[in-house]
Design a protein around this ligand. Structure first.
Ligand SMILES: [Fe+2]
Length: 387
């Protein structure tokens, strides 16, 4: 890897305990009429709404539900235009923040949302500058606060796809680790594994560059040290801080690099089954690692295998680790975090061939360190279901 790279991370990041208190002043610097987008949970939204109004900002709340669907975004855009909102604030997990980013973009761009979506739409480019958006994560997972895409579910197509543009980075990310202390152990596990997967897939992908290497190494070290602690003790602030930091690094990594087969499958799987994204990633990750390592060994690709060995060293803290030790470490972690299996998430064998077909054309699949054939894709699903 020569010293040559490109990195974009235009979001102003305000990170630290208590950072949430700055939101009204930050919003006031961007406009006077706020659309506050929340997810399934309404945590902190009333509190924020009151403090925004105290600052003299008109505030509308739009609750997006557990995951943004194309029709939710269109409904919110209509409200946003009607109320002439000029600042969008996303408060919650990835769903709320992705929705906020998509609403901010569609509020200023003409036509239907589906025209702008990748895979199922025409991938039409966003041409008008989106409304300014403040992203406030209450989980530590997606990293959406620093990325340029929004994952949206199309019920008609049974798939989750991205709306993506260089203009969609939030203007400001306010990352207050204290907000994540209220997450349940289950949500901590799912979101934490999502962050881990972003860092891990970028770390072994062909898109890695020296800057992303540094970011991913640091993020993976923090997750290997702190995810289990955050799961076991939600009030462990040091663990929450490290997870919030790692999730943000994962976001920078995925915005600038490419992911891999785990996320290649996660889009179609999440579209066809109502399973949490992080749980899906957790089930797929050990199987994808196994099949990738096995294929690289068959190809004699020592350079890419060395990436998996380095990954294992970071995760285990043992300099003598083999690539397989990394897979075992992940497998153990997923067990310790009590993630349900794909079969417990009601993913059926009958869906395997269609899942493999859809995964092949998913944008994330391009980042996988090796091109996987149909048999290998089916093997991943088979191993994941057993897991
Ligand atoms: Fe993800």
């Amino acid at each position: 890897m020569g010293l040559s790279f490109e990195l974009t991370s235009p979001t102003r990041i305000i990170f630290g305990n208590g950072a949430f208190e700055n939101v009204p002043a930050l919003a006031a610097g961007l406009g006077n009429n706020v659309l506050l987008v929340t997810g399934g949970s309404q945590r902190f939204s009333q509190e924020l709404c009151i403090s925004l109004e105290e600052k003299g900002l008109r505030t509308q709340i739009f609750a997006i539900g557990s995951e943004p669907k194309t029709e939710n975004i269109s409904e919110a855009v209509r409200l946003c235009r009607k109320q002439e909102c000029n600042v969008i604030v996303g408060l919650g997990g990835g769903s709320a923040i992705d929705a906020a980013k998509a609403i901010a973009a569609m509020a200023t761009n003409p036509g239907e949302l589906t025209n702008y979506l990748e895979v199922i739409g025409q991938n039409k480019p966003i041409t008008e500058k989106p409304l300014p958006c403040i992203a406030i994560p209450t989980t530590a997972g997606t990293g959406s606060e620093v990325t340029k895409n929004a994952v949206i579910k199309s019920v008609g197509h049974s798939v989750k796809v991205s709306l993506r543009s260089e203009m969609m980075y939030p203007k400001i990310a306010v990352i207050d680790p204290q907000l994540s202390m209220q997450m349940s152990p289950e949500l901590t596990a799912f979101t934490g594994i999502d962050a881990l997967t972003h860092l891990l897939e970028t770390f072994v992908s062909a898109s890695l560059n020296p800057f992303l290497d540094m970011i991913c190494s640091d993020g993976l070290t923090r997750i290997s040290g702190f995810l289990e602690s955050a799961f076991l003790n939600g009030n462990d602030l040091e663990a929450r801080e490290n997870m919030a930091f790692a999730a943000m690094l994962g976001g920078i990594a995925l915005a600038n690099g490419k992911l891999g087969a785990v996320h290649g499958f996660a889009g179609p799987l999440g579209g066809m089954f109502p399973a949490p994204h992080g749980a899906v990633c957790a089930c797929l990750l050990p199987a994808v690692m196994k099949v990738n390592i096995e294929t690289l060994q068959n190809h004699g690709n020592t350079e890419k295998l060395e990436r998996f060995r380095r990954l294992a060293v970071i995760l285990t803290g043992n300099e003598n680790s083999t690539p397989e030790d990394g897979t075992n470490w992940i497998e153990n972690l997923v067990k310790k975090l009590q993630v349900p299996s794909l079969s417990a998430l009601n993913v059926t064998r009958e869906s395997f061939s269609i899942l493999a077909e859809k995964a092949k054309v998913a944008s994330s699949m391009k980042g996988n360190p090796v091109l996987l054939n149909d048999l290998q894709l089916l093997k991943i699903l088979d191993l994941s279901v057993h897991f």
